[in-house]
Ligand binder design. Structure first.
Ligand code: C5P
Length: 199
């Protein structure tokens, strides 16, 4: 089967991960959470460019990558152009694999896969995103406060939007999906309809 790329970008905790997993399952596409690559580089410590160049599958399997600290460390190393460059080929190859692929991140529709067949930009209000992320962290045993999560999200979004290389922004041809008042099911439905129109 032909390659078919779905690019899903947007700020932290807007629902990209949930939508990506559901869409991948629905269409039988492979899924890559590209944030995990940056989280793994940030968590490795040492020289981030060297860490990005020899990133290994086992680095992505660490169980501390979902923490709030790992998200902050990720957004720091993600601003380094050579770190991004070192991760580009792997993401592009994944995107064009046979059978279809969903990639979620910040720059998939703009930089990694500008030719993606479908581009979505998923957003939600700061408050709703913070609450979703806070529940997720709490369910994982983290005792961080909601206010702290909101502050962290805003700081991380600002860094992701304002960096010079591959800043977070919707591609000109992306479909905007605001999930503030959507259930998971209806957000997934909208994403699936957008894909069906291009298949
Ligand atoms: O999506 P997630 O919260 O796991 O991403 C962690 C950080 O990695 C983001 O805040 C962003 O700085 C960086 N990132 C990126 N480009 C991507 C995916 C993630 O810069 N495609």
């Amino acid at each position: 089967t032909e390659p078919f790329t779905v690019a899903i970008d947007g700020p932290a905790a807007a629902g990209k991960g949930t939508i990506s997993r559901a869409v991948a399952a629905r269409f039988g596409f492979a899924h890559l959470d590209t944030g995990l690559l940056y989280r793994a580089v940030g968590a490795k410590g040492g020289d981030p460019v060297a860490a990005a160049k020899d990133l290994r599958p086992e680095d992505l399997a660490r169980d501390d990558l979902r923490s709030a600290e790992a998200g902050i460390a990720a957004s720091r190393v993600a601003a380094i152009p050579d770190v991004r460059a070192a991760l580009t080929d792997f993401q592009r190859a994944f995107a064009r694999r046979a059978g279809g692929a969903v990639l979620d991140g910040r720059d998939i529709g703009t930089v990694i896969c500008p030719e993606a067949e479908v581009k979505l930009y998923v957003t939600a209000s700061d408050e709703v995103r913070a609450e979703r992320r806070w529940r997720e962290l709490r369910d994982n045993g983290d005792t961080i406060s909601l206010v702290q999560v909101l502050d962290d999200l805003r700081a991380r979004d600002a860094r992701d939007r304002e960096r010079a290389t591959a800043p977070m922004r919707p591609a000109d041809d992306a479909l905007l999906l605001d999930t503030t008042e959507l259930t998971i099911d209806s957000a997934v439905e909208k994403a699936c309809k957008a894909i069906e129109r291009q298949l």
